[in-house]
Structure formats: structure tokens, C-alpha cells
Design a binder for this molecule. Structure first.
Ligand code: G6P
Ligand code: ZN
Length: 610
């Protein structure tokens, strides 16, 4: 009845190397440090804050204490440690290893050079050694936030299912950080040589495996997709592609997938060597390893569009396909020749074409999107007659739905795997892991392209064509997001508070010729574990199907970021060829008036539009 978990068993012949050191545990005294509350995706702060006395130590010990208190088998267990390669990644990895051993861990798994992309860490937990061996992973990443001594660092904990720690765990971690008085460390535990793959056995007792950071994840992806079919597409004379790893962790994965496995030329790879500062301020992205039209400047230029996704130039010499990943490689951006695919559309198009992907060949069992993501997915789900869940922003909410198909967690509930899910914030993925997966999304698109382009004698069906064909069937959800970054936390919360107070009065009234259909402070009732998450953003719907959403970002490291999401639906018979940015402008004006954003925050223009 259940879809079996994918098992990947790789042939490994690691030479064991004995290492000496001391396993003596010391309890170092410490005191609570303010502000260690994990956000949407772990704890993120300035790197220098993390490097400050006991900062990382306090958080790691608080995590171990939270795990032990909830019955997680830390003692004698296996842990995964790795990160996105940003500044301080390597030192943090070694420190966490010493603390893990002091907390009773017996086996440590680490990617070479302390690297593991977020989806790869999830794949390692779930599939390495036949599956589900470690009790969790520390992932060192601040995702797409710039890295470097003066930029950001981050840490998150993923559980034994490979997904981000649920709120009840992160709350416990935070509570512990406010009370901590000592941490455990094995000061004499040797520093591990992360440049050399192999198995190290310390004092005959502790095992440390340093392995190729890409092998498990790529091994898994090769089971999910038909690489041979994609290889044929890539070999077509009229097909070409580029992939921008944005100097983040994806480089080694991209090389393995595109060059080693799919036989693509070197020219496919852009910025494929991980850098501690993601290239820094002097690169076109200014060190923002964030795959969107604003920051992936080099790729966007190569693909022949401008910052708003419009065509620039003749298109001669522009590749047929282009994509990018963020710092920790869980995000993706999909481009065709002079063509931008919005993340919400990308999700819906993958859902509509799921039959092309081997992992989904027996049919998708369910899908989900975050609340601010456009309703394009819902239209596909309706047609396919599969459940479509709407969850708060944050990948962790998808995990429960996917695990409902896993007998170890929810024996009696409905089964939603294979499952597809995604977010407007350039995140797409499936139940093959418990994180969004940048490489997965790219391979999903390549598989769809491969499936539609099997006959080389026929002209290539492009990404643009696939998108337009989709709109002709389902209509188009014009969509766009305005970000107001670095707003004072106080004015941002005042704005939200005022707005929330206004909500009950809106229904049935009109503003600027638009009639309010509903207005709510979004609350999610998890159908699987029955937990309730409130205050997840203000959602206002109009009678013509349009929506505006206000939400405060949960991933910033300083001040507040207000996000305004705008959506307008156009039927298949309507005008499908307008600019999304123009179409939603009237909605933006209404939203700004309703929220009084400019007055309250002093901002007249958004910082970023995507
Ligand atoms: C991270 C999470 C995503 C989430 C995003 C939201 O990337 O992994 O699941 O969508 O943060 O960020 P925000 O800044 O809008 O809270
Ligand atoms: Zn990320």
C-alpha cells in the first residue's frame, strides 16, 4: 500500500584510518545569549555574532538537550554535519563534531570539505547506508544570504526523517538557550582532515566518515529521473543549456550531474566552484547567491532577458534552457530562451506534466503550496482530482503531509506520496527528500523537455512553448512579489497589527472598484498532527479571484522585511501575454493604500520586485 522509500546502495570502499586524540568530556560553563530563536529556516545572524564567545556552542548544546529531552537517541547515535561552504563553515563543522562526541554521538558523517547542500543532507539522512540511520543533521547555512566575515551565517537542525526540525523542537531549543549554564565538548578530539575522503576511527571508538558530498544525492536523483532520456535531450544539436551555481555549494553537484552523468560540455557550468563569500561584492550578484531575476544577473543576461523577464536583443546564441541555485542549493530558478518561468507557474507545470517523470509515473497522490504561492497549482490538482494543501510559508509544513505516507510516522492516515510541493520563493521539490531541492526542479524540467522532444527531426518544443500551452489550458495566474527590506521591526509590526484589526470590516465592501471577498489572518490546521499555526500572514481575496497578501519575512538577520504578494487570475480565453508586473500594479496600489505602508515605514518603493 505504501510507496517504498527509495533505497540507494552505493559501492563504497573507504579505507579506515586510526586517529588518536582524547575523548575526555569537559563541561564548560556558559550563560544564556539573547536572540537565539530559530526563524523560518534555522538561526541566522551575522557571522561575527556566531563567532562570538559561546554563541555556536550554546545553540548546539541547546539542540542536543532538546533532542535528548524528546527521546531522540543521541547517545550512541549517528549525526550528519555539513554546510553550504560559506565563511566559518569549516570551523563550525569541526566544533560541532567535538560537541557531538561529548554528547554521546558515536558516528559522524561529513561531506568532503564540510560541504553538504540542504537537499543533499536530507538525502544522506534518508538514503545513505540503506536509509534512516542518523538521528539528524546540523546544516550550516544562511541559504541565499551573503556569506563572509561581515555577512551572514546560519545553522539549522534536520530530524531523522530528513526534514527541518518541527516547531515543537525549535521552541524547545530556544527555551534551552534562555536557560543554558554549561555545554559539553571533547577538546582533545582531533581536527578531521575534510579534504581527504575516508573513514577515520578515533581512539578505536568514534567513527567519522568523510564522503563525497554529491554521491548520495546524485545517486538518489538517478533513481527519481530517467537520466538516459535527459542525456539524449542534452545531446541534441539544437539544444543547449547553462546552469549557474552562483558560487554556492551546488558546484560539485552540478559537475557530477551535468558533466559526469549527462555528458554535457563544460560550458554548461557557471560559477561552479564554491566560495566562502559566494564571490563577494564585486561579482554581478554582489555575493547574493539567490536565484531570481534581481540577483542572478549573469545568468539572466546570458538568457537574453532583463530584470523583469522581458526579452532583450535578438536571442541569437541564447541557450534553450538556463537555471540557477542558491547558496545551499535548495532553491531554483528556471529560464528558457529569453523566457522566465515564475516559481508558481513552474510548480503547476511540473504538476501538469508529472507523468513525464519516472518517480511520478504511477500518479501524483497529492500536492501542496505555501499560502502566498499562486493558485496555479490548485487548478491542476482540481483537474487531476488530487488533494492540494495550502500551508504556511516554510518547507517544514510540507514534511508532515509527505510523512503521512510513511508507515513509521502515521500508520493510519492517508497516503500522499509521491507528493509534489513548492513555494513562490523559488522552492520546488517532492517526497524523494524532505527539503526543497534545486537540482530536482531543474531535472524535472529537463525531463519534461526530454519527453516532449524525443524526435530530433522535429523542431524543439521550448520552455516558452510549454508555459504558454499550460496557460491555454488552465489560464494564467499573473503574479508578483514586492519586498520592503530593512524596515524597522516596530513599524512593520504596527502595520501588520493595524491591518489585522481592519480585516473583519472588509468583507463585502469595495475599494478602488474592487470588492472584498474575504480577509483573514491565515491560520493552518495541520491535518496530520493536528497542530495549529496562527498569524501566518494576512490574506485578502477579491470577488474577481485576485489576492493580496502581507507577510513578515522569517529569514532576515536584522530589522524586518515586509513581503507583499499580488495575484490576478486570467481565464484561458483572456489576454495571457501581458507583463505580470504591469497587470498587478493596480492591486499593489490598493494594497499600499489599505495598509498605509508608505506612511508607517517611510518607504515609497519596494527594495526588490520578483
Ligand atoms: C526559507 C525556507 C522556505 C521559505 C522561505 C521564506 O527559504 O526554506 O521554505 O519559503 O525561507 O522566507 P521568508 O523570508 O519569506 O520568511
Ligand atoms: Zn536556500
Amino acid at each position: 500500500k505504501h510507496t517504498p522509500n527509495i533505497t540507494v546502495v552505493l559501492k563504497r570502499k573507504a579505507a579506515e584510518k586510526a586517529l588518536s586524540g582524547s575523548l575526555a568530556v569537559t563541561n564548560e560553563s556558559t550563560s544564556p545569549i539573547e536572540g537565539q530563536k530559530p526563524g523560518t529556516s534555522g538561526l541566522r545572524k551575522k557571522t561575527k555574532v556566531f563567532m562570538g564567545k559561546n554563541y555556536l556552542e550554546n545553540f548546539v548544546q541547546s539542540t542536543f538537550d532538546a533532542l535528548k529531552a524528546t527521546g531522540v537517541p543521541v547517545e550512541g547515535g549517528t549525526i550528519v554535519i555539513g554546510g553550504d561552504g560559506r565563511y566559518f563553515n569549516k570551523d563550525a563543522t569541526q566544533l560541532i563534531a567535538k560537541m557531538s562526541v561529548a554528547n554521546g554521538v558515536k558516528t559522524i558523517w561529513m561531506g568532503n570539505d564540510a560541504l553538504l547542500s540542504t537537499p543533499a543532507a536530507s538525502a544522506v539522512i534518508r538514503t545513505r547506508e540503506g536509509g534512516f540511520v542518523p538521528f539528524g543533521a546540523f546544516i550550516l547555512s544562511a541559504s541565499h544570504n551573503p556569506g563572509g566575515l561581515d555577512e551572514d551565517f546560519g545553522i539549522k537542525f534536520n530530524c531523522e526523517n530528513g526534514g527541518p526540525a518541527p516547531e515543537k523542537v525549535t521552541e524547545k531549543i530556544f527555551e534551552n538557550t534562555t536557560k543554558i549554564s554549561e555545554y559539553k565538548i571533547c577538546k582533545g578530539f582531533p581536527t578531521i582532515d575534510l579534504t581527504t575522503k575516508g573513514t577515520y576511527v578515533v581512539e578505536g571508538k568514534i567513527r567519522v566518515d568523510v564522503f563525497d558530498c554529491a554521491e548520495d544525492h546524485v545517486g538518489l536523483l538517478m533513481k527519481v529521473f530517467d537520466f538516459e532520456a535527459i542525456k539524449k535531450l542534452i545531446a541534441r544539436k539544437d539544444f543547449s543549456m547553462v546552469y549557474d551555481s552562483m558560487n554556492g555549494v551546488q558546484g560539485p553537484y552540478a559537475r557530477r550531474v551535468f558533466i559526469d552523468e549527462l555528458g554535457a560540455p563544460e560550458s554548461v557550468l557557471m560559477n561552479a566552484v564554491p566560495k566562502e563569500d559566494f564571490g563577494g561584492k564585486d561579482t554581478p550578484s554582489h555575493g547574493h547567491a539567490d536565484p531570481n531575476l534581481t540577483y542572478a544577473v549573469e545568468l539572466v543576461q546570458k538568457m537574453g532577458t532583463n530584470k523583469t523577464g522581458e526579452k532583450v536583443g535578438s536571442g541569437d546564441g541564447v541557450p534553450e534552457f538556463g537555471a540557477a541555485a542558491d547558496g545551499d542549493a535548495d532553491r531554483n530558478m528556471i529560464l528558457g530562451k529569453q523566457w522566465f518561468v515564475s516559481p508558481s507557474d513552474s510548480l503547476a507545470i511540473i504538476a501538469a506534466n508529472a507523468g513525464c517523470i519516472p518517480y511520478f509515473k504511477e500518479g501524483l497522490k497529492g500536492c501542496a503550496r505555501s499560502m502566498p504561492t499562486s493558485g496555479a497549482l490548485d487548478l491542476v490538482a482540481k483537474k487531476k482530482k488530487i488533494p492540494c494543501f495550502v500551508v504556511p510559508t516554510g518547507w517544514k509544513f510540507f514534511g508532515n503531509l509527505m510523512d503521512s505516507g510513511d508507515e513509521r510516522y502515521f500508520p493510519d492516515s492517508d497516503i500522499y506520496t509521491p507528493f509534489l510541493c513548492g513555494e513562490e520563493s523559488f522552492g520546488t521539490g517532492s517526497s524523494h527528500v524532505r527539503e526543497k531541492d534545486g537540482m530536482w526542479a531543474v531535472l524535472a524540467w529537463l525531463q519534461i523537455l526530454a519527453s516532449k522532444n524525443q524526435d530530433e527531426s522535429k523542431p524543439l518544443v521550448s520552455v516558452e512553448q510549454i508555459t504558454k500551452d499550460h496557460w491555454k489550458v488552465y489560464g494564467r495566474n499573473y503574479y508578483c512579489r514586492y519586498d520592503y527590506e530593512g524596515v524597522s521591526s516596530e513599524s512593520a509590526s504596527t502595520m501588520m497589527k493595524n491591518l489585522i484589526e481592519k480585516l473583519p470590516t472588509l468583507k463585502g465592501t469595495e475599494m478602488k472598484g474592487m470588492k472584498f471577498e474575504s480577509a483573514e489572518n491565515f491560520e493552518y490546521n495541520d491535518p496530520v498532527d493536528k497542530s495549529v499555526s496562527s498569524n501566518q500572514g494576512v490574506q485578502i481575496c477579491f470577488t474577481d479571484g485576485s489576492r493580496i497578501i502581507f507577510r513578515l519575512s522569517g529569514t532576515g538577520s536584522a530589522g524586518a522585511t515586509i513581503r507583499l504578494y499580488l495575484e490576478k487570475y486570467e481565464k484561458p480565453s483572456g489576454n495571457l501575454d501581458l507583463s505580470q508586473f504591469e497587470v498587478v500594479k493596480p492591486l499593489a496600489e490598493l494594497a499600499l493604500e489599505l495598509s498605509d505602508l508608505s506612511n508607517l515605514t517611510g518607504r515609497n518603493e519596494p527594495t526588490v520586485i520578483t
